[in-house]
Ligand binder design. Structure first.
Ligand code: GCO
Length: 474
């Protein structure tokens, strides 16, 4: 499989956004400050054995206190946009009802500082830190969740939509339904049956649609609304039409195996995207799981398919697939293929194939890579620097996939590197370092890595320096 995606020379469009992304629970800390209520992750981190090393987000990167320094860091990286998430329990500590003025004030200060620095704030409403009180009332299994989420979205619109123009409703439904409700690997951590997971997914999709409506009706300026999808596309083992077709089919399969495996089904891409983008659940899901699906009320699918203004894709890697007489077949990654510290394969063509397949299925829409990044075994060396050439090569390769897509007319409009800084990596605690900036968790000290300095030049040149081999390790 050809992984070296070049399309050298293809220019990035004028106004292409060069960003970085984070999430509230992963960087803020201040877990019991400023009126913030507890989230499911605060509780989950205290369950022995659930999180690597017993780590938690009580302090994290201390962004709650260091936000001004972090905006200056973003400016030094020449970011044109910054994707962060609002902590629902900081805005509404009980998830419904009272709004916490100190929480609103924190995001007001952050947004004002971003605008002052010439950085577009992109806000995710929900990045997994569900208010604990809502979980205790049933969480995503409770049919009231769409109403609660819509009320929260209305508060976000009311307080911030005069300055924030781009919102994502939820981050990666597959993970907080699949990873949390089907696997129990993420907070709140209880394993549910396939029918229960399908109920939770339907409530989540309704919540997404209601939030799109609430953001638009409460908007105080012209805003755009989307969401951020977790997406591991299948990659064609060759560029033969047969293998490309097999990869496309595998990418959108909602029931990829003979048995009804809850994990595979709840982690599938089309289970969530077909309703959002097409207003219907995928045909293979309805055919195989129709008898397990929740009752779909009149109007539900129209609510879920509330039009979005852009496609946000979180893509880290893809898995090779070839055609066969019996249908798509997974092809193992080559032995010794490049891998990161998580053991994820490095597959630069994923940004091309994944986005192309989406455009072919759902139609052309402005697309942003809302997350792409690589965890490596970084540390600050004796020279006080963090030399991470593999991260530079990773970004260069994946942006090669974006350039190939651009050369073929895919409307890429921006790239948010995950992440601005090393942070709390959920059940893996602080064991994985994704950042363009190293964080010393004992002192809070930020050290821009070589990749961060390289990215700053890339952003300043609107991608023109992508192919240069300038050294950043001096
Ligand atoms: C995700 C989340 C991020 C992760 C990052 C690395 O995609 O899982 O959006 O919060 O930290 O992707 O796993």
């Amino acid at each position: 499989m050809s992984e070296k995606v070049t399309s050298a020379g293809t220019a990035f469009p004028e106004g292409f956004l060069w960003g970085a992304a984070t999430a509230a629970y992963q960087i803020e800390g201040g877990a019991r400050e400023g009126g913030r209520g507890p989230s499911v992750w605060d509780a989950f981190c205290r369950v022995p054995g659930k999180v690597y090393g017993g780590h938690n987000g009580d302090v994290a990167c201390d962004h709650y206190h260091r936000w001004r320094e972090d905006v200056a860091l973003m400016k030094s990286l020449n970011l044109s946009a910054y994707r962060f998430s609002f902590a629902w329990p900081r805005i509404m500590p009980e998830g419904t009802g009272a709004v916490n003025g100190e929480g609103v004030a924190f995001y007001d200060r952050l947004i004002d500082a971003l605008l002052e620095a010439g950085i577009e704030p992109w806000g995710t409403l929900f990045h997994w830190d569900l208010p604990l009180s809502l979980h205790l009332r049933g969480g995503w299994l409770n049919p009231d969740m769409p109403n609660w989420f819509a009320d929260y979205a209305a508060q976000i619109a009311s307080h911030f939509s005069d300055r924030v123009k781009n919102f994502m409703t939820v981050n990666e439904p597959q993970v907080f339904i699949g990873g949390s409700y089907a696997e129990g690997r993420f907070a709140p951590g209880n394993v549910h049956s396939l029918p229960e997971c399908l109920v939770a997914a339907h409530h989540l999709l309704l919540a997404h649609g209601r939030a799109v409506q609430a953001l638009r009706s409460g908007a105080r300026s012209k805003i755009r609304v989307g969401h951020a999808a977790q997406y591991n596309p299948a990659l064609p083992a060759s560029e033969s039409p047969e293998d490309v077709s097999a990869a496309r089919q595998a990418t959108f399969a909602a029931c990829p195996s003979a048995e009804l495996d809850p994990l595979k089904i709840m982690w599938s891409f089309s289970l969530y995207h077909d309703p959002m983008m097409l207003g219907t659940y995928p045909a293979d899901l309805l055919a195989r799981c129709g008898h397990l699906m929740p009752k779909i009320a009149e109007g539900d699918m129209e609510t879920i398919a509330a039009p979005m203004d852009f496609l946000g894709l979180n893509i880290y890697w893809g898995d090779p697939v070839r055609a066969s007489a019996g249908g798509p077949v997974r092809v193992p990654h080559a032995p010794g293929c490049p891998m990161n510290s998580f053991g994820w394969p490095v597959t630069p063509s994923a940004l091309y194939w994944g986005t192309r397949f989406c455009m072919e299925r759902y139609g052309k829409k402005d697309v942003y890579i809302t997350e792409n990044g690589v965890p490596l075994c970084d540390w600050v060396g004796a020279d006080g620097a963090v030399h991470d050439p593999a991260r530079i090569d990773f970004i260069r390769g994946y942006l090669g996939g974006v350039r190939r897509g651009l050369s073929e007319g895919i409307p890429f409009k921006g790239y948010f590197y995950w992440s601005l800084m090393d942070n709390f990596e959920w059940a893996s605690g602080y064991s994985q370092r994704f950042g363009l900036t190293h964080v010393d968790y004992a002192t809070g000290t930020r050290t821009v890595k070589d990749s961060g300095r390289w990215y700053a030049k890339l952003a300043a040149s609107n991608g023109a320096s992508l192919d240069s081999q300038d050294s950043f390790s001096d």
